[in-house]
Design a protein around this ligand. Structure first.
Ligand SMILES: Nc1nc2c(c(=O)[nH]1)N[C@H]1C(S)=C(S)[C@@H](COP(=O)(O)OP(=O)(O)OC[C@H]3O[C@@H](n4cnc5c(=O)[nH]c(N)nc54)[C@H](O)[C@@H]3O)O[C@H]1N2
Ligand SMILES: Nc1nc2c(c(=O)[nH]1)N[C@H]1C(S)=C(S)[C@@H](COP(=O)(O)OP(=O)(O)OC[C@H]3O[C@@H](n4cnc5c(=O)[nH]c(N)nc54)[C@H](O)[C@@H]3O)O[C@H]1N2
Ligand code: SF4
Ligand SMILES: [Mo]
Length: 872
């Protein structure tokens, strides 16, 4: 069966062979135009995420399992009570670019057309809002001009604030292959960090965070002086003279100074740009998540418009979407300041949508955007919120305030696929959603391509698709008429019809050509790029080739980007913290965190910084650190990285309370936002770093996922039959263990050494239940081996010794493990004896055996006395 990967906005097609029973093989779909058979490691590991582990299978009200009907009744009654008492503005929905288009359409319709408020916003506010403003202001429509085939056709590719090698890996693979086939192709990476995406870059510009618009305005000015603009574009543009006049202040010297680059680096980049005709700019969160996010977008658009690098093969301003359906959300009007189908809150648009929906209570004003929404919850203005497909307790800035707001909110409804998330902890009503592989619908990727996600697995427990949960609550609120669908294809057709309704070429988003699909045709829908209408019945790869834009006068608009606002630091918070993704994790880890294989690449929350900064601030590679901002603190493992700029830190966004004690980066980030898009500046937080002083560190392995207590630090990695915790604490490890871990009824095997060296295994009927390895430093153990012992192996005595050593011993070479601490085997010791070692001290000097806990010294003495002849 063909479907679409549920992770990033590349939107790769997958072929799924379901073996039933939560087993499926997932391979790349060779016929899907986005990936032509390629997949990244997350996509390839999708089959491993289908585990029932941790799923939310039944509805809950106030923590008690209830029937789905009862929960839906409670949700509707709760919303109705708030609306009746406080009015429609007191309720809100917070959705997600991971909802399918059909789900999203229903949520938006219910809120904006029936409840009659526009308080529906989504995690796309944290992600795509600045790009939406950028495209709408410049092009008159939120319409991405490009397509993925441009990757192969470009001469020069700029990656600006995008670590595509990790975040859009198949786009990256396509670029790498194109460059291999056409070595003349050039790649420039503009990112404060040297990332994995710099590996094949011809130029990396490690600019000062937030200074992109200066660089791009400088380029515009430089091109203007070199006659490098496309004069044939001028009739199609407004705002040219103001924009060029403002750009003139950005000479090379000022650009270099503002961006903290050398003049050589700047002119090298400018020359590369001017030497290539087909330039494709790919950008992502380094541009959008900024207090000048919309203007950063504008700077990119100004450049492409004035150089005519738009609407042609291999060219264009190409914003990469983050989530699998970020684009679909934009189409249905999932953001609080848009109406459905690319319409706005003009009277004309409101009337049009209301007529189409025949709805009772149309919202007439934009609603609360994400940051304001959570403030309004905190202030008691919003009294009921329904959160679906997102985990704001982790991903929103000012995590503490979000948690307080949710705790204080009288009614929190959460629909999720997982039972335990940082957000579901605050839910009064939990609704069990169907996940990837169980539900049916469509998603739209970065290049406007609509693809089907198809169900191949039976839906477990009481789980239901999000659209169905929404429609049921709508009906219970008394809105029977508008929410009567029997199948998601009907919702899709309604959405498609609305896109064409009284459109007349005014709105870019038009898929009226799909409005008549039968259920079978929708089921079989092949990936297609919008618009799909009478003019483009088979879809449309590139937009704006005709240089007609969607502003009323048909022209595109240039605007002067705001002067970069460089975040201030002070003596108390001298460093600037950046945040973002790692290759194998997805957001708040609810799915990727279940797959041991995906944890191997980065198995702990970390803070990366330049080695010289590490030295300056007294933290060491592999040690633990605390990072503090005005908002709060987190702890993380230190990674030194010479690819970091001095004075800057990078912390991954993924870790949260399910996987770590206190390592969720949004605890530190302030809710400062771009004034035009409301998108928060998640990449620039003034912080300080200090070493986290602990007296011991270790590994705790246990079967369950109970959160360990009484520690200074922990983070968790799942294995099939056990959980591994990196831990650190004060005092003595054995005291901590005795106070916080229940070992009653277990057979204990332990090794104590000097200082903090302490190891303990707890067995029941030959099965390992718990393993603990502690020392002053983090002991080195072979996790794969320990995990395998938990998974299957009852151990003999020798085996138990190697488990205590935490290392699989090559029995044939080293023999039975004698010294578990240092992992020294019987044969090795006997060889040393044969070579002249006569005392335990001599053995210790040569092999280190017996030098840690000393519990093997009696056995060493036995071996010294023995007459065993060593076989060579
Ligand atoms: N593996 C993985 N892939 C994902 C996701 C995931 O969770 N995991 N999530 C998906 C989603 S929703 C999104 S939005 C995308 C995000 O994809 P990306 O935006 O590519 O990823 P990030 O790591 O958030 O940030 C990109 C880069 O911006 C840089 N940056 C920070 N500040 C600045 C600046 O001022 N200027 C410039 N030029 N660069 C700056 C950072 O150093 C970072 O390398 O990834 C998608 N793909
Ligand atoms: N500091 C910092 N913070 C960031 C970012 C950053 O770069 N730095 N990036 C921001 C960006 S770009 C984004 S997109 C956000 C992402 O942040 P979130 O959206 O909060 O993260 P996810 O983990 O993707 O949350 C999705 C939730 O939906 C659930 N889910 C999965 N499938 C379904 C389904 O079919 N139905 C329902 N109802 N639920 C489902 C998952 O279990 C999970 O709980 O984070 C933002 N936060
Ligand atoms: S590149 Fe994105 S869409 Fe493609 S397989 Fe990887 S995560 Fe999935
Ligand atoms: Mo995102």
């Amino acid at each position: 069966m063909n479907s679409t990967c549920p992770y990033c906005g590349v939107g790769c097609g997958v072929c799924v062979t379901s073996q039933g029973n939560h087993q499926a093989t997932v391979t790349g779909d060779p016929h899907h135009p986005a990936n032509a058979g390629r997949l990244c490691v997350k996509g390839a590991a999708l089959g491993e995420t289908l585990t029932p582990q941790g799923r939310l299978l039944t509805a809950q009200v106030n923590g008690q399992p209830v029937s789905l009907d009862a929960a839906l009744d409670a949700a509707a009654a709760g919303l109705r009570a708030v609306i009746d008492q406080y009015g429609p503005q007191a309720v809100a929905f917070y959705g997600s670019g991971q909802l399918l288009t059909e789900d999203y359409y229903v949520a938006n319709k219910l809120m904006k057309g029936y409840i009659g408020a526009a308080n529906i916003d989504t995690n796309s506010r944290l992600c795509m809002a600045s790009a939406v403003v950028g495209y709408k202001r410049a092009l008159g429509a939120d319409a991405v001009p490009c397509c993925y085939d441009d990757l192969e056709q470009a001469d020069l590719v700029l990656l600006v604030g995008s670590n595509a090698a990790w975040a859009h890996p198949v786009v990256w693979q396509r670029l790498m292959q194109a460059k291999q086939q056409r070595p003349a192709m050039r790649i420039v990476v503009i990112d404060p960090r040297r990332t994995a995406s710099c590996d094949q870059a011809d130029l990396h510009l490690p600019l000062r965070p937030g200074s992109d618009a200066a660089l791009l305005s400088g380029l515009l000015h430089w091109l203007a002086q070199q006659d490098g603009l496309d004069s044939s574009m001028l009739p199609h543009l407004n705002g040219v003279s103001e924009t060029l006049a403002a750009a003139a202040q950005w000479d090379v010297a000022r650009v270099a100074e503002t961006c903290d680059l050398t003049e050589q680096q700047v002119t090298h980049f400018f020359r590369l740009f001017s030497q290539h005709d087909r330039v494709l700019t790919l950008w992502c969160m380094g541009i959008n998540q900024s207090t000048t996010g919309s203007d950063n977008n504008q700077a990119i658009l100004n450049l492409h418009l004035l150089t005519g690098k738009i609407g042609r093969a291999g060219c264009g301003p190409f914003s990469l979407t983050g989530q699998p359906n970020a684009m679909g959300g934009r189409e249905v009007g999932g953001l609080a300041n848009q109406l459905a189908a690319h319409m706005n809150f003009t009277d004309e648009d409101c009337d049009r949508v209301q007529r189409f929906w025949r709805s009772p209570a149309m919202a007439r004003q934009p609603g609360l955007t994400a940051l304001d929404l959570f403030s309004a919850i905190a202030e008691g203005e919003v009294k009921a919120v329904w959160i679906m497909g997102t985990n704001p307790a982790v991903s929103m800035p000012e995590g503490n305030r979000v948690a307080q707001a949710l705790a204080a909110c009288p009614l929190v409804i959460v629909s999720d696929v997982m039972a335990q998330t940082d957000t579901s902890a605050f839910a009064d009503i939990l609704l069990p959603a169907q996940g990837w592989g169980e539900k049916n619908g469509t998603v739209t990727n970065s290049e406007r391509r609509i693809s089907r996600q198809r169900a191949f697995a039976a839906a477990p427990g009481d789980t239901r698709p999000d659209w169905w949960l929404l429609a049921q609550v709508a009906q219970r609120l008394g809105f029977r008429e508008g929410f009567n669908w029997q199948h998601p294809s009907e919702i899709f057709c309604e959405h498609a019809a609305l896109s064409g309704f009284e459109n007349g070429g005014q709105r870019a988003f038009d898929i009226s050509g799909l409005a008549q699909l039968s259920q079978a045709e929708w089921d079989a829908l092949r990936p297609v790029q919008w618009p799909v209408n009478a003019a483009h019945p088979q879809g449309c790869a590139r937009l704006f080739g005709d240089r007609r834009f969607f502003h009323p006068d048909g022209k595109a608009r240039l605007l002067v980007p705001a002067t970069p606002a460089l975040t201030r630091r002070d003596a108390a918070y001298p460093l600037l913290m950046n945040s973002g993704r790692v290759r194998d994790q997805w957001h708040t880890m609810t799915r990727t965190g279940l797959v041991p294989r995906l944890m191997q690449h980065c198995d702990e929350p970390f803070v990366a910084l330049h080695p010289a900064d590490a030295a300056q601030y007294g933290v060491t590679e592999g040690g633990l650190a605390r990072v503090q901002s005005v908002q709060g603190w987190i702890s993380a493992r230190v990674r030194t990285d010479a690819g970091m700029r001095r004075g800057e830190l990078f912390v991954p966004m993924h870790w949260n309370r399910q996987f770590s004690q206190q390592s969720h980066v949004d605890m530190l980030v302030a809710a400062r936002a771009c004034p035009f898009s409301g998108q928060p500046a998640l990449k620039q937080t003034p912080v300080r770093i200090l070493s986290l002083a602990v007296s011991w560190q270790g590994w705790l392995w246990q079967r369950g996922i109970e959160r360990p207590a009484g520690l200074r630090y922990w983070s968790r990695v799942p294995y099939p039959a056990a959980q591994r915790y990196a831990v650190a604490g004060d005092g003595l490890p054995q005291v901590w263990l005795a106070e916080h871990v229940d070992l009653s009824g277990l057979d204990l095997q332990l090794a104590t050494g000097s200082g903090n060296d302490y190891r303990l295994l707890a067995w029941r009927d030959g099965e390992l239940q718990l393993a603990f390895y502690a020392g002053s430093m983090l002991p080195s153990i072979d996790s794969a081996f320990v995990a395998a012992v938990f998974a299957d192996a009852p151990q003999d005595a020798a085996g138990r010794h190697s488990v205590l050593a935490g290392q699989a011993m090559q029995r044939s070479a080293a023999g039975r493990i004698i010294c578990s601490c240092m992992g020294v085997g019987e044969q090795t010791i006997l060889q040393a004896v044969a070579q002249g070692c006569r005392t335990t001290q001599a053995l210790g000097r040569k092999l280190k055996c017996g030098t840690q806990c000393g519990s093997c010294i009696p056995e060493l003495k036995q071996l010294l006395l023995s007459d065993v002849v060593v076989e060579e």
